[in-house]
Design a protein around this ligand. Structure first.
Ligand code: 4NP
Length: 148
């Protein structure tokens, strides 16, 4: 199984999802992440996201941002996006119905939740990063359960 996590900048939400699933899946799932925007290409995750992850025992400092490319539809079985705008940006690049079927909102994995999007924490405070951690932690738990 190959899973790609996608957000806007690939420096906050999707690197956290990448690092968390990488740790939980060990070698059972191939995981990567990408952003639909290219502003942060080659950069390490935002220091606030690195700090929040580290607080929970997850090291994401080795990850580097890259931009989503159309070939990702071939490389990955599932593409999880953080919000509706990520969904639109990724689906715009889909070449066929099979590509579209691979794209899902990450929070669609969680049944008992009112939220549908992992909110962008970039312009907010520390509480936003902690909230992202809780949502992504719960969603990646579901992925692991589904793969067992
Ligand atoms: P991310 O957060 O999509 O979770 O990585 C963002 C990072 C950077 C920007 C926006 C969102 N930005 O506008 O530079």
């Amino acid at each position: 199984m190959k899973i790609l996590m996608v957000c806007l900048g690939n420096i906050c939400r999707s690197p956290l999802a990448h690092g968390l699933l990488r740790d939980k899946a060990q070698d059972r799932i191939e995981v990567d992440s990408a952003g639909t925007g290219n502003w942060h290409e080659g950069e390490a995750p935002d220091h606030r996201m690195i700090r929040t992850a580290r607080k929970h025992g997850v090291d994401i400092s080795d990850l580097r941002a890259r931009t989503f490319v159309v070939e990702d539809f071939e490389r990955f079985d599932l593409i999880y996006v953080m919000d509706e705008s990520n969904y639109d940006n990724v689906v715009k690049l889909a070449r066929n119905e099979n590509d579209v079927k691979k794209v899902h909102l990450l929070l669609s994995l969680i049944d008992d939740i009112n939220e549908t999007e992992v909110p962008d924490p970039y312009f907010g405070g520390d509480a936003g990063f902690e909230h992202v951690y809780k949502l992504v932690d719960a969603a990646t738990d579901v992925i692991i359960k589904q793969q067992l």
